[in-house]
Design a protein around this ligand. Structure first.
Ligand SMILES: [Zn+2]
Length: 92
C-alpha cells in the first residue's frame, strides 16, 4: 500500500483532533482549569459537568433496562400465549 501526502495529512489531522478532544471537557466541551474531575474514561472541567454526565448516563442505563425488561417480558409472553394476545405497553 502506497501512502500519499494526503493520507499523511489526514492521519495527522486525526491525531490532532484526538489531542484537541483530550484537552476539552467531555460534557460541555469547555477547556480545563487547574483541576480535572475524572471518571474511568472521561474528564470534566467542573464537578457539575461530571455529575450531570453521570445522571444522564444513569437515565440512559435505566431506559435500556426498561426496554430490555419489556422486550424480555413480551418475548416470554409471546412464547407462552402467542403474539396475537400480547398486552398493550404500559407507562409506569
Ligand atoms: Zn465541562
Amino acid at each position: 500500500m502506497v501512502r500519499t501526502s494526503s493520507d499523511t495529512r489526514r492521519r495527522i489531522s486525526a491525531k490532532e483532533r484526538v489531542k484537541a478532544k483530550s484537552n476539552r471537557c467531555d460534557f460541555c466541551g469547555g477547556p480545563f482549569g487547574l483541576i480535572r474531575h475524572r471518571t474511568l474514561t472521561h474528564q470534566f472541567c467542573r464537578l457539575s459537568c461530571k455529575s450531570k454526565y453521570l445522571q444522564r448516563r444513569m437515565r440512559q442505563v435505566a431506559a435500556r433496562k426498561r426496554m430490555l425488561a419489556e422486550a424480555l417480558s413480551l418475548s416470554v409472553y409471546d412464547r407462552l400465549f402467542g403474539a396475537k394476545e400480547a398486552p398493550s405497553r404500559k407507562r409506569s
